[in-house]
Design a protein around this ligand. Sequence first.
Ligand code: BGC
Length: 703
Amino acid sequence: MSSPRALALLAKMTLAEKIGQLVMVAGTHTVTGPVAAPDLVLRVRQARVGSVLNLFGENETQALQNVAIRETRLGIPLLFGLDVLHGFKTIFPVPLAEAAAFDPDLWERTARAAAEESVEVGLHLTFAPMLDVARDPRWGRICESPGEDPWLGARFAEAKVKGFQAPPHGIAATAKHFVGYGAVTAGRDYAPVDMSERALQEIHLPPFAAAIGAGVAAIMPAFTDIAGVPVSAHPGLLRGLLRERWGFDGVLISDYNAIAELIHHGVASDLADAAALALKAGIDIDMMSPAYEEGLPLALERGTATVADIDAAVLRVLALKERLGLFDARRREMPKKDALANRRALARDAARRSIVLLTHREPVLPLKSDQVIAVIGPLAQAQRDMLGSWAAAGADDETITISESLRAALPNAKITFARGTAIDDGDASGLADAVDAARRANVVLLCLGEACHMSGEAACRAIPELPGRQRELAEAVFDIGKPVAVLLSSGRPLMLPWLFERAHAVLATWFLGSEAGHAIADVLTGRWAPSGKLPVTWPRAVGQIPIFHAQRNSGRPENPADSFTSKYLDVPNSPQFPFGHGLSTTTYAYSDLRVPESGSLGKPVDLSVTVANTGTVAGEETIFAFLRDVVATVARPMMELKAMAKVALKPGERKTVTLQLTPGAFQFFGLDGLWTAESGDFEVLVGPSADRAFLLFARIQLT
Ligand code: BGC
């Protein structure tokens, strides 16, 4: 229902003013930060722009806002948006890393902090959370996503939407990229998508449904097509599913230039055609394409667009502006300035909880305080490369490096540094020095991985291994025979079987943000027992992709004794590390899984399990509950994540933890196109990861 103010404004608007509300234009980047170029100021003055992206700063936004409010006929305020994915100024871990914390409360708190910092610089809207289920490490955007699992993605969606939009300093969130973008062909960005209705419903849609359930203000359709229909011109998905079936009444914002790109897709012949298709499908705001401004008037003349659709879009944009309080003369109350220290502490906590101890073959952690430690590799002194792909206003020089933080954490250790080689060029002139430093040390920390620009949008890699000559460096260091712990910076799983074999320990340190160095030092020195777990299955080889835990059994499941079963000749089926994998410097034992023998469809099921800390240091463990519908009208995955819990345990302590399977956990997308649960046996698998060898099993019969 539109407000009287919005309806009154609409009644006064000319066609050009209406279209202006549907146009989003970018600020210009300069060395001193973003500015509103004269052309943008002019367009705002002419009421040809309704919202602006990539412009922030209290003064910069206010100056342009004043033009919109004071110098246009109707004085409608602008909406300012930016990609605040994992922090604005204080940068938190990239989403894939933060997902590894499996901690909705943390996800919410970091989003809330990012929103506060955004409000301080005049922003109203973020193009986040990114909710694409991603199962292909070649795709650079896997690092922006919460990983491979729809249930996990849904929890991430709820937490992020709640956090970003939390009053009193909330901003509007945008769930993106709706939908199926994670399934781009061959892991190549922007490439076509083909998928079954089942995959769409069961894998890719649930995080978006959860975001809508949490009240997300906006949704951004993906750049890509699904089976030949670009999502930006997909009436079935946008109007039919989002608006009519799910009742989403927020704003649909196109991706950058995506409406004009309908011409490249080959479904529109010119801008008017493209604009008509997008509007008809339901897109309200045209981000950075000329389609709505130039094309809609012509489309109206041609009769391919209607004023009624334009009006409806304008009313949704005005409703968002009202919801954000933009029409209120009263200035928004700003967050307290002393929040900065708290945000850095939060960033450190988020970062250390995101680190995943992948291997620990020989006891090398925690580091002792009185030894000679050689910190080697191109990422040891990196700053920008600690931040990740959407670092907004994160400052490189406010980012703590690994070697700097280690020196501070271990003042009695002798810490030497050698770069060895660059991240990705052929310069290996530092190799000899690095080998020398390793020889003189008791222990080596090898800081390897990707530059942060190698993950993210348009950053796909057909061979996701160590770039440049880093392997040569690593092998030379391993050959010396000293204990080596590897810190692996990346926005994706990297396929490095040789490294996992040779290193004493490997930690996935992703792109952890402003406090990366301190967080890594916390883990290396034993101040924090590693607790992160993989939100994505880590392949051994590119040929295994896509690989994920929720696979179906097939009619010929792998059998080593039978060659005509589902397997490779050259690589095992099993991943390098399963979903949920993550070691610690302590150990846990699971016992006593209790699941009722029977239950009723439509009712939740409570189960419990006992977890003991069997090691010598305190730690936090994430417990997973997976489900398998044993026999159904549709073959179901061998396991699907349906619940999780966290427990903090002191050495020797044990706790019994309860997890709940909701009625929805037992449902699937039925042959009749409806979500359904069928009576029969369900297998419940509970444990530390998706590795069957460590899971406790029980059965429940539902009628
Ligand atoms: C990306 C979006 C982003 C937008 C605005 C696009 O290229 O796909 O994720 O929100 O740019 O920066």
